[in-house]
Design a protein around this ligand. Structure first.
Ligand SMILES: [Zn+2]
Length: 256
């Protein structure tokens, strides 16, 4: 796996080599620009793709032939979560909810309901801010710990974390080493918060469906509720078992 350390180490080695070489043979300026651009391109792509494991190990799916998958919901709890819970109950499916701290403060009763109905709850930061990528490690730690504390109030301390937008960086990686969370990504991104057409969202999932997958949805709109019912019917027809992400990955969801 190409990590940030390997990329940066290789880049520095190339720069040292070029600097040494330029003592013997002067180099054009653009020869130095090429490795810088390559390093930057790899760093930007690696940071933006949660599956890359570029800054920290991430869990995105499992290799299996068993027809098991995990349905995950980000950014709740919201009033739409209640409809999601009704559907999950109707189709007898257990799912995972990566909750935002400030949303838990708004809808504590819904969080309690998620837990009572046997679903897993994970940490999705307190504020869910795009600018978190510029936060210090300490400020990121506050985002993580305050949400842990909120969840811990209802059940145990959560061990699952999902980075907002799937973006990671060295400071987030450092913070997560301190907290010890498992970083859970996905391999099927529904884009339910971006695409308007419900059929398109459903088709994105249906065409990518495979054993061991982790599906990313958002319990924030009626649109997703509608797509979810179609998805649950499809899973039933194709004899898939939907389990919590910790069950699929065989890792603990909470601290003992
Ligand atoms: Zn999110």
């Amino acid at each position: 796996m190409l990590t940030h350390k390997v990329n940066t180490g290789f880049f520095l080695a190339v720069l040292i080599f070029l600097a040494a070489y330029s003592f013997y043979q002067p180099l054009a300026w653009w020869v130095l620009i090429i490795p810088v651009l390559l390093w930057l391109t790899i760093a930007v792509i690696g940071s933006g793709l949660v599956q890359s494991g570029y800054h920290i190990k991430t869990y995105n799916r499992i290799q299996t032939t068993d027809k098991k998958i995990a349905v995950t919901f980000d950014d709740g709890p919201t009033p739409s979560t209640e409809k999601v819970l009704e559907l999950l109950k109707k189709y007898n499916v257990k799912a995972t909810f990566f909750c935002i701290g400030k949303q838990i403060e708004k809808h504590p009763d819904i969080l309690q309901k998620i837990i009572n109905e046997g679903h897993t709850v994970g940490n999705h930061t307190y504020n869910h801010l795009p600018q978190m990528n510029f936060f210090s490690t300490d400020k990121i730690l506050t985002e993580l710990k305050s949400t842990d504390a909120l969840i811990q109030h209802y059940i145990l301390k959560p061990l699952l974390f999902r980075p907002p937008y799937g973006v990671t960086n060295p400071r987030l990686a450092r913070a997560l080493k301190t907290t010890g969370h498992y970083v859970v990504g996905w391999n099927i991104r529904s884009l339910d918060a971006v695409i308007e057409d419900e059929n398109k969202i459903f088709n994105r999932i249906a065409t990518r469906l495979a054993p061991g997958s982790i599906i990313l949805l958002h319990d924030t709109s009626q649109k997703t509720v509608n797509v979810l019912e179609q998805l649950l019917i499809l899973l039933q027809q194709q004899h898939y078992e939907a389990v919590t992400v910790n069950q699929l990955l065989n890792i603990p969801a909470y601290e003992k």
